[in-house]
Design a protein around this ligand. Structure first.
Ligand SMILES: *[C@@H]1O[C@H](CO)[C@@H](O)[C@H](O)[C@H]1NC(C)=O
Ligand SMILES: *[C@@H]1O[C@H](CO)[C@@H](O)[C@H](O)[C@H]1NC(C)=O
Ligand SMILES: *[C@@H]1O[C@H](CO)[C@@H](O)[C@H](O)[C@H]1NC(C)=O
Ligand SMILES: [Fe+2]
Length: 484
């Protein structure tokens, strides 16, 4: 075979490879949806429970590192009342009592109710617990299910929701999620959008708490902070950041040796989940940087094979909305994500859906000119699920040319589910509100980056047909010089 035909063959092989693995899809789906306006306060979605000082806005989150505790939170409007939780594994018999605390805050002219947080710990795995809060005739009862013990093959279903807000689209997202069988929500930031109201009206934080109660009182929501949760209003004399968010939404940050509720980690079933704050210092030598460096070293993929990172601002985003806002954090943390073989990074912020291929852009070199994302088997998949349905509406404008790192993108409302099956396989599905789970949208099977890649590396060595990875990447760059 002559040199020319060899090169032609190589070219064809590469084009096939690239077409196979690296061709993205921009969905042309057109949705039918409600206008992006908030649900009126007197709507039944925000109903205040009957009776004097009845507990409302009930929500739970994981309370420790490994899933044997929950933090139960709620609000009482008229007086503090009690911060106790009665609970037990037998329905209607609440054998145990845990003692919580309450707090309250003002925000300009808004005065919050009494916000209760109660840690319930020492729970058994895989157990349904019933709990009761409040007193007398206005006491309310709920339940939750503890996760299986930490185990590499423990199956578990996570839902991923972002940028929810409180419109009819938000309600549709919530109700679609509740039909999926998801066991815990990974929430990627921007909760109530109360900051869209005059004086960041706290009344809309309260209504949001009531909106999500039908899910959040029964299963943990793992919180990530977004820009709409900052509530920084120096013009109103409100100069602290995340004041309503941090009063209302507790996180188990102490259990992972974090110094702030805004970044922390939890382990649940077969997953190690790391929550980062896009709006807190993260450059080298900051508390978040030190903490993440330490936490990543502690991840044990033999016990929790699925390594998942949550943040608000996406690092890979080809939408015109918030373009490049994730670059600073990418420059600082991306090489760690590749080194530790993070499986998936979930983000929100952009009000649309997008999924990347496994790519990295960590070889930046001012001398050689390397500056483009390249296919990288060790890199995470980046998924943006900022499409919960808030009042700002959808981010409809994607870059005209879909970058090669982008696998699927669509401006519709929805949420995702991630079903961890065992140490090697997980089923991932993006669910568009308009048709829920019944119509195929974006779905893939994840092969675990730790367990599956060990096997893949061995088999690659045995029957290698393609040129080495490095030269493939070089060729790929030659063929597709403009990636971004
Ligand atoms: C919290 O509630 C107590 C008791 O009602 C009240 O005295 C205090 O002023 C409130 N604090 C804030 C910050 O509103
Ligand atoms: C950057 O690229 C130049 C030229 O290819 C190379 O000599 C140098 O070692 C690279 N620097 C790093 C830190 O990789
Ligand atoms: C893991 O789950 C996948 C998908 O359900 C299945 O095909 C595979 O055989 C399982 N592997 C093990 C080791 O159980
Ligand atoms: Fe945002």
């Amino acid at each position: 075979m002559g040199l020319c035909s060899s090169l032609l063959l190589l070219y064809m092989v590469l084009v096939c490879f690239v077409n196979d693995v690296l061709s993205g899809r921009t969905s042309s789906f057109t949705r039918s949806e409600w206008p992006s306006t908030d649900i009126p306060l007197d709507n039944e979605a925000f109903v205040v429970p009957d009776g004097y000082n009845a507990p409302q806005q009930v929500h739970i989150t994981q309370g420790d590192y490994d899933g044997k505790a929950v933090i139960i939170s709620w609000v009482t409007e008229s007086e503090p009342g009690t911060s106790e939780v009665w609970y037990g594994a037998v329905e209607h018999e609440f054998e145990h009592k845990a003692e919580g605390k309450n707090t309250n805050y003002t925000f300009y002219n808004y005065k919050s109710g009494y916000i209760h947080h109660c840690l319930v710990d020492g729970l058994e795995y895989n157990t349904k617990y019933y709990y009761r809060i409040g007193t007398g005739a206005t006491a309310r009862e709920f339940w939750f299910q503890t996760p299986p013990e930490i185990d590499p093959d423990a199956p578990y279903i996570f839902g991923i929701i972002g940028d929810l807000g409180q419109t009819f689209n938000s309600l549709s997202t919530l109700e679609h999620y509740m039909q999926t069988g998801g066991q815990t929500v990974l929430f990627v930031g921007d909760l109530s959008y109360a900051d869209r109201y005059e004086y960041n009206d706290g009344v809309r934080w309260d209504s949001w708490g009531r909106l999500i109660e039908k899910s959040a009182a029964y299963q943990p929501w793992i919180w990530t902070a977004g820009n709409h949760d900052i509530d920084f209003r120096p013009d109103l004399g409100e100069v602290s950041t995340f004041k309503p968010y941090m009063h209302r939404f507790a996180t188990p940050y102490v259990a992972s040796q974090s110094s702030s509720p805004l970044w922390y980690a939890v382990r649940r079933a077969s997953a190690h989940i790391i929550v980062l704050s896009s709006y807190s210092p993260f450059v080298k030598y900051t508390p978040q940087w030190f903490w993440l460096r330490g936490e990543l070293k502690q991840v044990n993929r033999e016990k929790t094979p699925w390594l998942i990172v949550l943040m608000h601002v996406p690092m890979y985003n080809s939408n015109e909305a918030h373009y490049m806002e994730g670059e600073a954090m990418r420059a600082v943390f991306e090489s760690w994500f590749v080194h530790y073989k993070v499986d998936i990074v979930f983000a929100g912020h952009v009000h649309a859906y997008e999924r990347s291929y496994r790519v990295s852009n960590i070889n930046y070199n001012i001398t050689s000119g390397n500056r483009y994302p390249v296919p990288d088997k060790s890199a995470p998949v980046y998924i943006t699920v900022g499409d919960g349905g808030n009042q700002e509406g959808l981010a409809e404008r994607f870059s005209k040319l879909q970058p090669d790192y982008s696998a699927y993108r669509e401006a519709s409302y929805g949420h995702s589910t991630l079903e961890l099956k065992n140490r090697t396989h997980a089923l991932y599905h993006w669910n568009r509100n308009d048709d829920g789970k019944h119509v195929p949208t974006d779905h893939i099977i994840f092969h675990n980056q730790y367990w599956a890649s060990n096997r893949r590396r061995r088999s690659l060595k045995k029957h290698r047909k393609f040129p080495g990875h490095a030269s493939l990447i070089a060729k790929y760059e030659e063929l597709f010089p403009v990636l971004v």
